[in-house]
Design a binder for this molecule. Structure first.
Ligand code: HEM
Length: 422
């Protein structure tokens, strides 16, 4: 039965717990089933916000222009982290049409051709990582040897950052995306990221790399004049052609770095953990490798990707959501996690089921802020899940499940280490 909170409804204080494995946050589950549009107060910031949990309502709020990301800037919204994570002017806190304009420029680095190039590189990189793991011998920490370096290499390639810089990029990204480090360290890491990308994009603008002449559709440049189509070059071109400002370009590169490392690192580790702890599913996947893309979609739905909630939106006018009027000026959070467990959309949602007929999950968000890295993330997951068991058919956890340690104070959930044997 649908419940309708009143505007004087209880404000639930929610201190998101550090969860283990793929456990689902009990507060989120309760809200989905008992109070799908609720008022919450998180550990930091001021006042209260709304929490929207059902699939249809989450999609509605994420796509409706009356809910603004831009209005969040400078607003001390109740939140999980002590510091506010996005950089001013960044795409994550912009609204259409500015946000659409930035997305169009970024799309130049995610073309089908760029993805084909990355897929070839991805297999080479993965093979190299698995070679190193084999040489090192069991037990091995998959987190250190595969789940972190693989997406880092992919996003490094995508950005056009030289390989020797990748460890620095990883360190900054970890610092910014940990709720536990505090404001000062986070701000410093953000400043270092901004300085780094200002140099990288600046070097492209000074002529170190130009975009190639426009080619007719379907025609590829000869190898000797192969274009640089990495993000730094694409952004430099966006600045030179007046489609984007310099600071915006730096913010975009930073956002892609942050999105392209932490999310797939942890999500892919959780996928492997899910398979190692669901041996029947794993055996089926090994027997039917053509099932991998569907399995990836179901794992994306099933895995509680993050702790708590992401960035809020602000209601620009009174808007009714799920039978509740959200007043103008109030902050609203959506939960993509609960939307993916909504029983009205997914039968038996707590079950990992590779035979689900369709996959309208929102693991990559919905609406204008839909994850631009979704194709890359899917490709990384498919290569990982195929290559790992091809190389190590007997791969298994090296310690009992209860001994695995899970990250604390993290925004995105994942194991600290994933020790395996084969
Ligand atoms: C399994 C891996 C991933 C998951 C589960 C994931 C999930 C998400 C979600 C849920 C959002 C939307 C948040 C919102 O509503 O604002 C998002 C946005 C974003 N993601 Fe991802 N992501 C993943 C991988 C990646 C990768 C590989 C990249 C880059 C290479 C990336 C870059 C971004 C960026 C830049 C945004 C902000 C988009 C905007 O605000 O317009 N993500 N991601």
């Amino acid at each position: 039965m649908r419940t309708t909170p009143r505007t004087d409804a209880t404000v639930h204080s929610w201190s998101p717990p550090d969860l283990c494995g793929l456990d689902f946050d009990p507060f989120l589950a309760r809200m989905l089933h008992e109070e799908p549009v609720a008022r919450i107060r998180l550990p930091h910031g001021a006042g209260h916000a709304w929490l929207v949990t059902r699939h249809a309502d989450v999609k509605f709020v994420s796509a409706d222009p009356r809910f603004s990301r831009r209005a969040v800037m400078g607003n001390d919204v109740t939140r999980v982290a002590p510091h506010f994570i996005p950089m001013d002017g960044a795409m994550g806190v912009a609204d259409p049409p500015e946000q659409t304009r930035m997305r169009k420029v970024v799309a130049g680095a995610f073309t089908a051709r760029a993805m084909r190039r990355l897929r070839e590189r991805a297999q080479q990189v993965m093979d190299g990582l698995l070679d190193a793991m084999e040489q090192q011998g069991p037990p091995a920490d998959l987190m250190a040897l595969v789940h972190r370096p693989f997406p880092l290499a992919m996003v490094g390639e995508l950005l056009g950052a030289p390989a020797e810089d990748w460890p620095r990029l990883a360190h900054w990204s970890d610092t910014v995306l940990s709720a536990a480090v505090g404001r000062e360290a986070s701000e410093q890491a953000k400043a270092e990221i901004a300085g780094y990308f200002a140099d990288l994009i600046g070097a492209c603008r000074s002529g170190a790399a130009r975009l190639p002449r426009q080619l007719p559709p379907g025609e590829e440049a000869p190898r000797e004049e192969a274009p640089r189509e990495d993000l730094a070059a694409v952004l430099a071109d966006g600045i030179d052609t007046g489609r984007i400002g310099f600071d915006e370009a730096v913010g975009l590169a930073a956002l892609i770095l942050l999105g392209g490392t932490h999310a797939p690192d942890n999500n892919s580790a959780n996928m492997v953990f899910a398979l190692l702890t669901h041996p029947g599913h794993l055996a089926r996947l090994r027997a039917e490798p053509e099932l991998v893309p569907r399995a990836v979609e179901e794992l994306l739905r099933y895995i509680p990707h993050r702790n708590a909630v992401g960035l809020a939106r602000i209601a620009l006018e009174d808007v009714e959501v799920g039978g509740v009027t959200i007043p103008a000026g109030d902050a609203v959070y959506v939960s993509y996690l609960t939307a993916n467990r909504d029983p009205e959309v997914f039968a038996d949602p707590e079950r990992l089921d590779f035979d689900r007929p369709a996959f309208p999950h929102v693991a990559f968000g919905y609406g204008p802020h839909y994850c631009p890295g979704a194709t890359l993330a899917r490709m990384e997951a498919e290569i990982l899940l195929t290559s790992l068991w091809d190389r190590f058919p007997d791969l298994r956890l090296a310690v009992p499940v209860e001994e695995l340690r899970w990250q604390r104070g993290a925004l995105i959930r994942g194991p600290e280490a994933l020790p395996v044997r084969w």
